[in-house]
Design a protein around this ligand. Structure first.
Ligand SMILES: [Zn+2]
Length: 229
């Protein structure tokens, strides 16, 4: 959230120029993508480039490249091809700084190898798409992030979220971190949806209210697979 560059913000919020290429697809266009494990690094990288537009894709192990491609395929299929990926996805051995397990910026997602890097990856993909598809994304961070990112900080959405009557429900199904800001709620919700955790329908209403990406597709997926509590 806080790694956005100023020129990017100027482009997006002041001049309102689209900053990423959104592929427009017709509903009838969509065919589910079939994932097959690659047996070489080149094949795995080619798959990520051709299907997801990921140009810089690296990890130390082929198995990890396959795992990332598999989860990206799953998100691609649930969203019927609407999900967008940043051009750079990197899985590293070492932490870069402090306790950060994943970083997200306009053009890249960087992760560290730990036992939950897949959940972190989905969480960061959620931020990427939330930002891309929600015009109010800049107002959905934590107070400190809004302050940093906006010349005239607008806390109205944050306040609406933090006073929301569903805070308890969020905490009990998604954990405490999801209550820290609207954008963390959206990212944690997206991650749990992709992982097909059983969730109450009420949380989907909240997901829609805070402009979570692919609401309709997720609702359809949960309805057809009977995943509501
Ligand atoms: Zn986050």
């Amino acid at each position: 959230m806080s790694n956005l560059s100023i020129p990017y913000l100027i482009k997006k919020y002041i001049f309102n120029i689209p900053t990423k290429n959104t592929k427009l697809k017709l509903k009838s266009d969509f065919l589910p993508l079939e994932f097959k494990k690659a047996n070489s690094v080149d094949y795995a990288k080619n798959y990520a480039w051709e299907n997801f537009g990921i140009k810089n894709f690296s990890a130390n192990k082929l198995a990890d490249l396959n795992t990332i491609n598999q989860i990206c395929t799953k998100i691609f299929n649930i969203t019927e091809g609407e999900v967008q990926f940043p051009p750079t996805v990197i899985l590293k051995k070492q932490k870069n700084h402090g306790r950060t397990v994943g970083t997200y910026s306009d053009n890249s997602i960087e992760l560290i190898e730990d036992n939950k890097f897949i959940s972190t990856l989905i969480h960061e993909i959620a931020h990427y798409n939330h930002e891309l598809f929600s015009k109010n994304y800049i107002k959905m961070g934590k107070i400190s992030e809004i302050k940093e990112d906006m010349l005239y900080p607008d806390y109205s959405i944050f306040e609406k979220f933090s006073k929301h009557s569903d805070q308890k429900l969020i905490r009990s199904h998604l954990g405490g971190y999801a209550t820290s800001s609207p954008c963390e709620f959206i990212a944690e919700m997206f991650m749990n949806i992709v992982n097909e955790k059983k969730l109450p329908r009420q949380l989907f209403e909240l997901y829609k209210e805070f402009e979570g990406p692919f609401y309709e597709k997720f609702l359809k997926h949960y309805t057809s697979n009977n995943l509501f509590i």
